[in-house]
Design a protein around this ligand. Structure first.
Ligand code: AMP
Ligand code: ZN
Length: 468
C-alpha cells in the first residue's frame, strides 16, 4: 500500500498523490512560529512532525517544495516589542535566530523557503485590495474585514456548521475561540505607538491569517498539495486561510490538510499561558541531549496526544543507546562467513513493516516496533554467534532506514565527523606505522585526523586524542 494521510478536510485516510504526478514534487506549506519568545518543546512537537513528514515523503521518492512562514508581526509581538522599547525587527530577530538555531539542533531539515511576514506586506495589501474589489470585504474604522457570509463554504475544514452566525459581527484579535465564527480582520487600522505600513489600501498592518494565504500562493501557486499545522490552527486560522485564498483564486487552496496533536503535561496542552512548558535550553540544562528530545517527540504518531514526562525522556535515551550499541556491534564485530536465513527473513520483514507503518499515516510507533523487534532477534543471534557476515548488509539497511527518519544515531557534536571507532582504528594504524618506521605514513594519518578536527597527543601512556 502506498503513502496515505488522514485529511482533516475529508475526515478520511486517503492515498497521497501530488498534482505533479510526473516530477513528484510536493508543494507543501506549514505554519511556522510566531517569534515573540523562545519556542517550547510543545511547539517543537509540531515542527518535528513537519520534519518527519518531509523526510518520509523523500523516502517515498517525492521531491519537496516546502514553504514555512515566520510570523514576525502580530498582537503579542507588538505588545512585547513596545513594552521593551524595541523596534519590531530588533525584537523578532532575537527569537527568529533562536528558533532557527533550535531547529538545527533538533536536526530539522530547513524548508526550501522560509518566508517572513513583514517582507511580504505589499503583496498582502495587493491581495486584500483584490478581495475588496471582488466584494468579499468591508471597512470599519480604518480596518478591513473579511465578510465570511460571502463564502458559503466557510466551516468546511473544521466541520462546523456556521449557518446560524450573525453576519457583520467582527473580531479584531488574531486568535479566538472555537465556534466563534466572526468576520475577521484582514488589515488593522494604525494605532498610536504601533508599527504600521503605508500601502495601496492605506496605512495599517496585516492580520495574522492573510500572511499564510499570500505567501503560500506566491511561492507555491493557487493549489497546494499539502498544508500542515498544529490542531489548534484548524479554526480559525486555517479556516480563514481557505476563505481568503479560495476567494482570491477561485481554486481549491490545499488538497490535503494534516494536523498534529498536542504535547501534553498531565493531560493539558503544554503552553506559555499555563506555564507548564520547557524550552530546549531547560532540558539541555538537565543533561538531556537533542537526540532524546527529538526521539521522544517523534516516537508517538502525530495524531495522538503525547504526554510529556521526564521518564519518557529517559526511556528515549535508553532506546537511543540500544540502537547505538547495536550499530557499534555491526561496525566492530568479526563475523563468521555465511548467512543466518531465519534472521535474514526477519530483516526483510522488518524493513517492509517499517515502510508500511510509515506509509500508514506516519505511524512512527509501529515503525519503531518493527525496528526493535528485529534488534532483539539480531542481538540474540549475535550472543549465540549466529549473526553472520551475510546478515550485515540488511541490518545496516534497516538502521539506515530508521535513521533517515528518526535521525538520532549520530551523537550531537560528532555530526559529519568521525565516530570513536573510526578514530581509534586510524590511531592504531598510525602507531603500527611508527613501529615499522613508516614515518611518512604515520604523519599522513595524523594530518588526516587533524583535518577532521581530531587532535593527537603522544604521552608516555600512549596516544590520547580529543576533538577540536
Ligand atoms: P505559535 O508560535 O504559538 O504560533 O505556535 C507554533 C506552532 O506550535 C503552532 O503550529 C501550534 O499548533 C504549535 N503548538 C503550540 N503548542 C503546542 C503543543 N503543546 N503541542 C504541539 N504543538 C503545539
Ligand atoms: Zn498559517
Amino acid at each position: 500500500m502506498s503513502l496515505r494521510f488522514y485529511n482533516t478536510l475529508t475526515q478520511q485516510v486517503q492515498p497521497f498523490e501530488p498534482l505533479d504526478t510526473v516530477g513528484k514534487v510536493v508543494r507543501m506549506y506549514t505554519c511556522g512560529p510566531t517569534v515573540y519568545d523562545f519556542a517550547h518543546i510543545g511547539n517543537f512537537r509540531t515542527f518535528v512532525f513537519y520534519d518527519i513528514l518531509r523526510r518520509w515523503l523523500k523516502a517515498d521518492g517525492f521531491q519537496l517544495d516546502h514553504v514555512m512562514n515566520i510570523t514576525d508581526v502580530d498582537d503579542k509581538i507588538i505588545r512585547n516589542a513596545v513594552a521593551q522599547g524595541k523596534t519590531l525587527n530588533e525584537y523578532t530577530d532575537i527569537y527568529t535566530k533562536a528558533f532557527l538555531d533550535d531547529c538545527a539542533t533538533l536536526r530539522l531539515e530547513r524548508p526550501e523557503t522560509i518566508a517572513r511576514a513583514t517582507e511580504h506586506i505589499d503583496q498582502m495589501a495587493a491581495a486584500i485590495h483584490k478581495l475588496e474589489e471582488a466584494g468579499f470585504t468591508y471597512r470599519s474604522d480604518g480596518s478591513i474585514y473579511f465578510r465570511i457570509a460571502k463564502f458559503p463554504e466557510y466551516g468546511k475544514l473544521s466541520h462546523n456548521d456556521f449557518s446560524g452566525m450573525v453576519s457583520g459581527a467582527r473580531v479584531d484579535v488574531d486568535e479566538y475561540e472555537k465556534n466563534d465564527a466572526r468576520d475577521f480582520a484582514l488589515w488593522k487600522a494604525p494605532k498610536a505607538g504601533e508599527p504600521n505600513w503605508e500601502t495601496e489600501i492605506g496605512p495599517g498592518r496585516p492580520g495574522w491569517h492573510i500572511e499564510c494565504s499570500v505567501m503560500a500562493i506566491q511561492y507555491l501557486g493557487a493549489t497546494l498539495d499539502l498544508h500542515a499545522g498544529g490542531v489548534d490552527l484548524v479554526f480559525p486560522h486555517h479556516e480563514n486561510e481557505i476563505a481568503q485564498s479560495e476567494c482570491l483564486t477561485g481554486k481549491q487552496f490545499a488538497r490535503y490538510w494534516v494536523h498534529s496533536e498536542f504535547l501534553l503535561v498531565d493531560g493539558q496542552k503544554m503552553s506559555k499561558s499555563l506555564g507548564n512548558f520547557y524550552t530546549l535550553r531547560d532540558l539541555f540544562g538537565r543533561g538531556f541531549t537533542p537526540e532524546c528530545v527529538r526521539y521522544l517527540l517523534a516516537s508517538v504518531p502525530y495524531r495522538k496526544g503525547l504526554n510529556f514526562t521526564f521518564e519518557g525522556l529517559k526511556s528515549a535515551q535508553t532506546a537511543i543507546e540500544r540502537l547505538r550499541n547495536f550499530k557499534f556491534r555491526l561496525e566492530s564485530a568479526k563475523l563468521a562467513e555465511g548467512l543466518n536465513e531465519e534472521l535474514a527473513a526477519k530483516a526483510t520483514a522488518a524493513i517492509a513493516e517499517f515502510r508500511a507503518s510509515m506509509d500508514d499515516d506516519l505511524n512512527t510507533a509501529e515503525a519503531l516496533g518493527a525496528m526493535f523487534e528485529y534488534l532483539r532477534h539480531a542481538n540474540s543471534a549475535f550472543d549465540a554467534g549466529q549473526f553472520l557476515a551475510g546478515n550485515l548488509a540488511a541490518a545496516q539497511d534497516l538502521l539506515a532506514l530508521f535513521d533517515s527518519v528518526f535521525q538520532v544515531l549520530q551523537p550531537t557534536g560528532q555530526e559529519g565527523g568521525m565516530s570513536e571507532q573510526e578514530i581509534e582504528t586510524l590511531i592504531a594504524a598510525r602507531t603500527a606505522a611508527k613501529k615499522s618506521r613508516e614515518f611518512a605514513k604515520a604523519d599522513a594519518i595524523r594530518n588526516e585526523l587533524i583535518e577532521k578536527g581530531i587532535i593527537l597527543e603522544d604521552t608516555k601512556d600512549g596516544v590520547r586524542w580529543k576533538r577540536k
